[in-house]
Write a protein that binds this ligand. Structure first.
Ligand SMILES: N[C@@H](CCC(=O)N[C@@H](CS)C(=O)NCC(=O)O)C(=O)O
Length: 222
């Protein structure tokens, strides 16, 4: 059987454009049933350090533009967004927990990414208690279970998987987030093409020969 088209999204919860990208993608993803989608946790700070890239917030003009841009995207799409009072935060803990969840709780993994703690509620997701509280409703308030995922964040195997994901991202030419590695149906994995950003879905659709519904109500709420 021919290999299906696939999209692998490398992401880090520290990235506001990842938050937007995840919500936008999920709003129309069911319209692309022939595409296999995977979300891979990586450490954006690790990628940036390694390739000597600089985060946008380091430059006041880029940071100001980013906040205005994200507010605009929120107004246009209706996706709630509020820039957190403390930004950035260290995301090693939540990203390792997500690495563990991807392996051990595959069915609930994407629900665990789809949380509004940081970019709506402004909660510090580097704090174990914040991560626990965010996950609790997804696991029916089973605190023991949730604690077991927090513990896995220090498990050598999980740490290694997360490190390998980040190294793999660098090897694939990734420099920021969200990054989408896209493969056409019938092609081999080494033919993946990189699309950077939450604003590239139209290009991905064109590349895969799919239709993209576009941003709804464009301009109407600006
Ligand atoms: N135009 C992209 C921008 C994405 C973006 O700037 N992401 C940040 C993290 S939130 C980044 O990784 N930037 C790296 C770079 O610009 O080199 C979008 O709309 O999503």
């Amino acid at each position: 059987m021919a290999a299906r088209a696939s999209i692998t999204c490398y992401y880090d919860l520290v990235s506001p454009y990842t938050y937007m990208g995840f919500k936008l993608f999920n709003s129309f993803r069911q319209q692309w049933p022939g595409v296999d989608v995977t979300f891979k946790p990586m450490l954006l700070g690790g990628v940036m350090n390694e390739i000597k890239n600089q985060p946008l917030f380091k430059f006041p003009s880029k940071k100001n533009h980013m906040i205005a841009d994200l507010d605009r995207i929120s107004a246009v799409t209706g996706i709630p967004f509020r820039f957190p009072p403390d930004f950035p935060v260290n995301t090693v803990l939540p990203m390792r927990v997500l690495t563990a969840l991807q392996i051990h709780e595959a069915e609930k993994y994407e629900q665990c990414i789809d949380k509004d703690e940081f970019f709506v509620h402004g909660r510090n997701i580097s704090d174990a208690e914040v991560v626990q509280a965010a996950l609790a409703p997804i696991f029916n308030e089973d605190t023991q279970k949730v604690e077991s995922f927090l513990k896995l964040a220090t498990d050598p195997e999980i740490k290694q998987v997360f490190k390998t994901n980040t190294e793999e991202a660098i090897a694939k030419g990734i420099f920021g987030a969200p990054s989408f590695l896209v493969k056409k149906a019938g092609e081999s994995q080494d033919k993946e093409v990189l699309f950077f950003g939450s604003d590239r879905f139209e290009m991905i659709a064109a590349y895969l020969g799919l239709s993209y519904p576009g941003l709804k109500d464009l301009n109407s709420k600006l």
